[in-house]
Design a protein around this ligand. Structure first.
Ligand code: ADP
Length: 277
Protein backbone atom coordinates (compact mmCIF):
# COMPACT_ATOMS: atom_id res chain seq x y z
CA UNK A 1 0.00 0.00 0.00
CA UNK A 2 1.44 3.39 -0.91
CA UNK A 3 1.48 6.54 1.16
CA UNK A 4 -1.10 8.00 -1.17
CA UNK A 5 -3.44 5.03 -0.70
CA UNK A 6 -3.00 4.82 3.04
CA UNK A 7 -6.08 6.92 3.78
CA UNK A 8 -6.53 7.72 7.43
CA UNK A 9 -3.14 6.40 8.55
CA UNK A 10 -0.83 9.32 8.88
CA UNK A 11 2.72 8.46 9.93
CA UNK A 12 4.58 10.55 12.52
CA UNK A 13 5.79 13.95 11.37
CA UNK A 14 9.42 14.23 10.33
CA UNK A 15 11.54 15.88 12.93
CA UNK A 16 12.36 18.68 10.48
CA UNK A 17 8.77 19.32 9.51
CA UNK A 18 8.12 23.05 9.55
CA UNK A 19 4.39 23.28 10.12
CA UNK A 20 3.33 26.84 9.48
CA UNK A 21 6.88 28.06 9.03
CA UNK A 22 8.21 28.98 5.58
CA UNK A 23 9.77 26.12 3.66
CA UNK A 24 13.34 25.87 4.93
CA UNK A 25 15.51 23.35 6.68
CA UNK A 26 16.49 23.54 10.34
CA UNK A 27 14.92 26.14 12.60
CA UNK A 28 12.80 25.55 15.68
CA UNK A 29 10.35 22.69 15.94
CA UNK A 30 6.95 23.87 14.71
CA UNK A 31 4.42 24.74 17.37
CA UNK A 32 1.91 22.19 16.09
CA UNK A 33 4.20 19.31 17.05
CA UNK A 34 3.23 19.89 20.66
CA UNK A 35 -0.43 19.18 19.78
CA UNK A 36 -2.01 15.75 19.62
CA UNK A 37 -0.17 13.95 16.83
CA UNK A 38 -2.35 13.44 13.76
CA UNK A 39 -2.22 9.65 13.96
CA UNK A 40 -3.70 9.85 17.46
CA UNK A 41 -6.51 12.15 16.42
CA UNK A 42 -9.85 10.47 17.15
CA UNK A 43 -11.76 10.15 13.93
CA UNK A 44 -15.11 11.11 15.44
CA UNK A 45 -14.58 12.88 18.71
CA UNK A 46 -17.92 14.69 18.80
CA UNK A 47 -19.68 13.54 15.69
CA UNK A 48 -20.27 9.81 16.03
CA UNK A 49 -23.96 10.02 16.66
CA UNK A 50 -24.67 13.35 15.02
CA UNK A 51 -22.74 12.87 11.81
CA UNK A 52 -23.14 9.15 11.27
CA UNK A 53 -20.47 7.85 8.90
CA UNK A 54 -19.90 11.15 7.18
CA UNK A 55 -16.43 12.59 7.02
CA UNK A 56 -17.67 16.16 7.00
CA UNK A 57 -20.85 17.53 8.52
CA UNK A 58 -22.29 21.05 8.74
CA UNK A 59 -25.16 21.59 11.13
CA UNK A 60 -27.26 24.74 11.16
CA UNK A 61 -24.30 26.86 10.03
CA UNK A 62 -24.91 30.61 10.02
CA UNK A 63 -22.50 33.26 8.75
CA UNK A 64 -23.34 36.93 8.69
CA UNK A 65 -21.09 39.64 7.28
CA UNK A 66 -21.21 43.07 8.82
CA UNK A 67 -21.02 45.68 6.09
CA UNK A 68 -21.45 48.77 8.26
CA UNK A 69 -22.51 49.57 11.81
CA UNK A 70 -26.18 49.05 10.93
CA UNK A 71 -26.06 46.80 7.87
CA UNK A 72 -25.39 43.04 7.62
CA UNK A 73 -25.66 40.33 4.98
CA UNK A 74 -26.62 36.82 6.04
CA UNK A 75 -24.52 34.75 3.62
CA UNK A 76 -25.35 31.36 5.21
CA UNK A 77 -28.74 30.93 6.70
CA UNK A 78 -28.69 27.55 8.47
CA UNK A 79 -26.72 25.14 6.29
CA UNK A 80 -27.02 21.40 6.98
CA UNK A 81 -24.80 19.18 4.88
CA UNK A 82 -23.00 15.85 5.22
CA UNK A 83 -20.24 14.66 2.91
CA UNK A 84 -19.24 11.02 2.71
CA UNK A 85 -15.61 9.89 2.42
CA UNK A 86 -14.48 9.10 -1.10
CA UNK A 87 -17.14 11.19 -2.84
CA UNK A 88 -17.05 14.23 -5.12
CA UNK A 89 -19.78 16.77 -4.38
CA UNK A 90 -20.56 19.63 -6.78
CA UNK A 91 -21.90 22.74 -5.07
CA UNK A 92 -23.98 24.76 -7.50
CA UNK A 93 -26.21 27.81 -7.20
CA UNK A 94 -26.56 31.39 -8.39
CA UNK A 95 -23.92 33.99 -7.69
CA UNK A 96 -24.30 35.32 -4.15
CA UNK A 97 -26.01 32.17 -2.86
CA UNK A 98 -23.22 31.49 -0.35
CA UNK A 99 -21.05 28.86 -2.08
CA UNK A 100 -17.70 30.58 -1.50
CA UNK A 101 -18.64 31.42 2.07
CA UNK A 102 -19.43 27.78 2.77
CA UNK A 103 -16.18 26.62 1.13
CA UNK A 104 -14.18 29.09 3.20
CA UNK A 105 -15.76 27.71 6.37
CA UNK A 106 -15.13 24.11 5.31
CA UNK A 107 -11.53 25.02 4.51
CA UNK A 108 -11.14 26.60 7.98
CA UNK A 109 -10.25 29.95 6.44
CA UNK A 110 -13.17 31.52 8.26
CA UNK A 111 -15.49 30.71 11.19
CA UNK A 112 -19.28 30.60 11.35
CA UNK A 113 -21.28 32.78 13.74
CA UNK A 114 -23.02 29.66 14.98
CA UNK A 115 -23.50 26.01 14.07
CA UNK A 116 -21.19 23.02 13.90
CA UNK A 117 -18.63 22.12 11.25
CA UNK A 118 -17.30 18.65 11.94
CA UNK A 119 -14.37 17.33 9.95
CA UNK A 120 -13.33 13.82 10.93
CA UNK A 121 -15.15 14.39 14.19
CA UNK A 122 -13.39 17.62 15.09
CA UNK A 123 -15.57 20.71 15.50
CA UNK A 124 -13.44 23.11 13.51
CA UNK A 125 -15.68 26.08 14.28
CA UNK A 126 -14.59 25.88 17.92
CA UNK A 127 -10.85 25.72 17.25
CA UNK A 128 -8.76 28.76 18.12
CA UNK A 129 -7.34 30.62 15.15
CA UNK A 130 -3.90 29.07 15.64
CA UNK A 131 -5.29 25.53 15.85
CA UNK A 132 -7.49 26.16 12.84
CA UNK A 133 -4.44 27.17 10.82
CA UNK A 134 -2.64 24.02 11.90
CA UNK A 135 -5.65 21.84 11.19
CA UNK A 136 -5.95 23.39 7.74
CA UNK A 137 -2.29 22.85 6.93
CA UNK A 138 -2.35 19.26 8.03
CA UNK A 139 -5.80 17.95 7.13
CA UNK A 140 -7.25 20.11 4.36
CA UNK A 141 -6.51 20.85 0.74
CA UNK A 142 -7.71 23.96 -1.10
CA UNK A 143 -7.78 24.71 -4.80
CA UNK A 144 -8.47 28.09 -6.35
CA UNK A 145 -9.98 28.77 -9.75
CA UNK A 146 -6.83 30.31 -11.20
CA UNK A 147 -4.25 27.51 -11.71
CA UNK A 148 -1.33 29.87 -11.10
CA UNK A 149 -2.69 30.73 -7.64
CA UNK A 150 -2.36 27.10 -6.54
CA UNK A 151 1.33 26.70 -7.24
CA UNK A 152 4.61 28.39 -6.38
CA UNK A 153 6.25 29.62 -9.54
CA UNK A 154 9.81 28.61 -8.68
CA UNK A 155 9.07 25.04 -7.49
CA UNK A 156 8.82 22.03 -9.77
CA UNK A 157 5.92 19.63 -9.42
CA UNK A 158 8.10 17.23 -7.43
CA UNK A 159 9.29 20.05 -5.15
CA UNK A 160 5.65 20.93 -4.51
CA UNK A 161 5.06 17.38 -3.31
CA UNK A 162 8.09 17.57 -1.02
CA UNK A 163 6.80 20.85 0.37
CA UNK A 164 3.34 19.32 0.94
CA UNK A 165 4.87 16.36 2.76
CA UNK A 166 6.87 18.68 5.04
CA UNK A 167 3.83 20.86 5.73
CA UNK A 168 1.73 17.84 6.61
CA UNK A 169 4.47 16.08 8.53
CA UNK A 170 4.43 12.91 6.45
CA UNK A 171 7.14 10.98 4.66
CA UNK A 172 6.73 10.68 0.92
CA UNK A 173 9.21 8.52 -0.97
CA UNK A 174 10.19 9.28 -4.53
CA UNK A 175 8.44 6.13 -5.77
CA UNK A 176 5.25 7.22 -3.99
CA UNK A 177 5.46 10.65 -5.57
CA UNK A 178 5.81 9.06 -8.98
CA UNK A 179 2.81 6.81 -8.33
CA UNK A 180 0.72 9.78 -7.27
CA UNK A 181 1.68 11.82 -10.33
CA UNK A 182 1.09 8.84 -12.64
CA UNK A 183 -2.31 8.32 -11.12
CA UNK A 184 -3.18 11.94 -11.84
CA UNK A 185 -1.80 11.69 -15.37
CA UNK A 186 1.18 14.05 -14.94
CA UNK A 187 3.93 11.51 -14.26
CA UNK A 188 6.02 12.91 -17.11
CA UNK A 189 5.84 16.44 -15.69
CA UNK A 190 7.47 15.86 -12.31
CA UNK A 191 10.42 18.14 -13.05
CA UNK A 192 8.46 20.91 -14.74
CA UNK A 193 7.92 24.35 -13.25
CA UNK A 194 4.33 25.68 -13.26
CA UNK A 195 5.00 27.87 -16.31
CA UNK A 196 6.04 24.71 -18.20
CA UNK A 197 2.59 23.15 -17.61
CA UNK A 198 -0.76 23.71 -19.34
CA UNK A 199 -3.65 25.06 -17.25
CA UNK A 200 -5.11 21.57 -16.87
CA UNK A 201 -1.73 20.14 -15.85
CA UNK A 202 -1.30 22.95 -13.34
CA UNK A 203 -4.66 22.09 -11.78
CA UNK A 204 -3.68 18.41 -11.63
CA UNK A 205 -0.38 19.41 -10.00
CA UNK A 206 -2.48 21.39 -7.49
CA UNK A 207 -4.56 18.27 -6.84
CA UNK A 208 -1.35 16.28 -6.32
CA UNK A 209 -0.11 18.93 -3.87
CA UNK A 210 -3.42 18.76 -2.00
CA UNK A 211 -3.45 14.95 -2.07
CA UNK A 212 -0.32 14.44 0.01
CA UNK A 213 -1.09 13.37 3.54
CA UNK A 214 -3.76 12.53 2.45
CA UNK A 215 -6.18 15.31 3.43
CA UNK A 216 -9.52 14.72 5.12
CA UNK A 217 -11.16 17.09 2.67
CA UNK A 218 -10.26 18.81 -0.58
CA UNK A 219 -12.14 22.06 -1.13
CA UNK A 220 -12.14 23.50 -4.65
CA UNK A 221 -13.62 26.83 -5.73
CA UNK A 222 -14.46 26.73 -9.46
CA UNK A 223 -11.52 24.39 -10.17
CA UNK A 224 -12.26 24.22 -13.91
CA UNK A 225 -13.40 27.84 -14.30
CA UNK A 226 -10.34 28.85 -16.34
CA UNK A 227 -9.80 25.64 -18.29
CA UNK A 228 -10.79 24.86 -21.84
CA UNK A 229 -13.30 22.13 -22.44
CA UNK A 230 -10.74 19.47 -23.41
CA UNK A 231 -8.75 19.67 -20.19
CA UNK A 232 -11.74 19.75 -17.81
CA UNK A 233 -12.11 15.97 -18.20
CA UNK A 234 -8.48 15.42 -17.15
CA UNK A 235 -9.02 17.39 -13.94
CA UNK A 236 -12.24 15.48 -13.22
CA UNK A 237 -10.41 12.19 -13.81
CA UNK A 238 -7.85 13.37 -11.24
CA UNK A 239 -10.63 14.15 -8.75
CA UNK A 240 -12.10 10.68 -9.30
CA UNK A 241 -8.68 9.08 -8.79
CA UNK A 242 -8.21 10.97 -5.54
CA UNK A 243 -11.73 10.25 -4.30
CA UNK A 244 -11.19 6.54 -5.01
CA UNK A 245 -8.55 6.59 -2.25
CA UNK A 246 -11.12 7.83 0.27
CA UNK A 247 -10.60 11.60 0.12
CA UNK A 248 -13.75 13.73 0.33
CA UNK A 249 -13.94 16.41 -2.37
CA UNK A 250 -16.32 19.36 -2.59
CA UNK A 251 -16.21 21.78 -5.52
CA UNK A 252 -18.23 24.94 -6.12
CA UNK A 253 -18.89 25.11 -9.83
CA UNK A 254 -20.90 26.66 -12.63
CA UNK A 255 -19.63 24.01 -15.04
CA UNK A 256 -22.32 21.49 -16.04
CA UNK A 257 -19.66 18.87 -16.82
CA UNK A 258 -18.35 19.02 -13.25
CA UNK A 259 -21.90 18.61 -11.91
CA UNK A 260 -22.57 15.75 -14.34
CA UNK A 261 -19.47 13.83 -13.26
CA UNK A 262 -19.92 14.46 -9.51
CA UNK A 263 -21.26 11.72 -7.24
CA UNK A 264 -23.63 14.26 -5.80
CA UNK A 265 -24.91 17.73 -6.64
CA UNK A 266 -25.96 20.14 -3.91
CA UNK A 267 -27.87 23.27 -4.87
CA UNK A 268 -27.55 26.44 -2.77
CA UNK A 269 -30.07 29.27 -2.82
CA UNK A 270 -30.06 32.28 -0.48
CA UNK A 271 -27.59 30.77 1.93
CA UNK A 272 -29.33 27.42 2.29
CA UNK A 273 -29.12 23.96 0.77
CA UNK A 274 -32.28 23.73 -1.32
CA UNK A 275 -31.93 20.60 -3.42
CA UNK A 276 -29.75 17.57 -3.81
CA UNK A 277 -29.22 14.98 -6.47
P1 ADP B 1 -21.27 32.80 -4.07
O1 ADP B 1 -19.93 32.17 -3.87
O2 ADP B 1 -22.39 31.80 -4.19
O3 ADP B 1 -21.27 33.78 -5.21
P2 ADP B 1 -20.68 34.26 -1.64
O4 ADP B 1 -20.48 33.29 -0.56
O5 ADP B 1 -19.47 34.87 -2.27
O6 ADP B 1 -21.63 33.62 -2.77
O7 ADP B 1 -21.57 35.47 -1.09
C1 ADP B 1 -22.78 35.27 -0.36
C2 ADP B 1 -23.29 36.63 0.09
O8 ADP B 1 -22.39 37.18 1.05
C3 ADP B 1 -23.41 37.65 -1.03
O9 ADP B 1 -24.53 38.46 -0.76
C4 ADP B 1 -22.14 38.45 -0.90
O10 ADP B 1 -22.31 39.75 -1.38
C5 ADP B 1 -21.90 38.44 0.59
N1 ADP B 1 -20.48 38.47 0.95
C6 ADP B 1 -19.54 37.56 0.64
N2 ADP B 1 -18.34 37.89 1.16
C7 ADP B 1 -18.55 39.06 1.85
C8 ADP B 1 -17.70 39.92 2.61
N3 ADP B 1 -16.41 39.63 2.82
N4 ADP B 1 -18.26 41.02 3.15
C9 ADP B 1 -19.56 41.31 2.98
N5 ADP B 1 -20.41 40.55 2.26
C10 ADP B 1 -19.92 39.44 1.70
Amino acid sequence: MTQFERYGQVPPPRSDAQGDQPYRRGGPAPEWMSEDPPWAMPTRRHGATMAGDSNVACMNVIRTYRISSDDTVQALNGVDLELEPGTVTALIGPSGSGKSTLLRLLACVDRPDSGLILIQGRDTARLSRARRVKFRRRRLGYMFQNPADNLIEYLTVRQHLRLAARMRGVRLRRREMDELLDRLGIGAKANNLPRQLSGGEQQRAAIAFAAVGPPALLVADEPTGQLDHDTVGDVLDAFAALASTGVTIVAATHDPIVAQRADRVVHMVDGRIEEER
